[in-house]
Design a protein around this ligand. Structure first.
Ligand SMILES: [Zn+2]
Ligand SMILES: [Zn+2]
Length: 135
């Protein structure tokens, strides 16, 4: 294996920062109503790492839409930066990374909530959650 690649990012104001080392487990989109409402965007894109691959610095506040997830945001600027789930994963918002075009999503969740004008060619599509995450 070559050396671990480090990718960085953070919130809009810069006080909340993260470093992710190595490659993500998966990259996907979610069109569910929670992702829509907490982001204000028609869908969210997530880069999912094992929790121990991610180092967070700065202050966070969090909110839980379900008992198994915790959405963490910057208390200063309100940016949605990452989420933690009970399965030991940290889901970083794709748009929170410092540069574009680091990752390409391969699947989408909650396709039944997708905006009709939004094309997602080539993505594996799940009407709701991925089967193994359904709970
Ligand atoms: Zn901030
Ligand atoms: Zn969602």
């Amino acid at each position: 294996m070559s050396e671990m690649r480090i990718r960085t990012g953070g919130c809009a104001c810069g006080q909340l920062r993260f470093e992710a080392s190595g490659e993500p487990k998966r990259v996907g989109l979610c069109h569910c109503m929670t992702c829509r409402k907490i982001s204000g965007a028609p869908f969210s894109a997530y880069v999912i790492f094992a929790a121990d691959q991610v180092t967070i610095t700065g202050e966070t506040k969090s909110w839980s839409a379900s008992p198994t997830t915790e959405d963490c945001f910057c208390p200063v600027c309100g940016s949605q930066v990452f989420a933690r789930d009970a399965g030991g994963e940290t889901e970083i918002r794709l748009g929170a990374f410092d540069e574009p075009n680091l990752f390409t999503p391969t699947y989408e969740l909650w396709a039944k909530r997708r905006e009709h004008w939004l094309g997602t060619p080539g993505l594996e599509s799940f009407l709701e959650n991925r089967e193994e995450n359904a709970s």
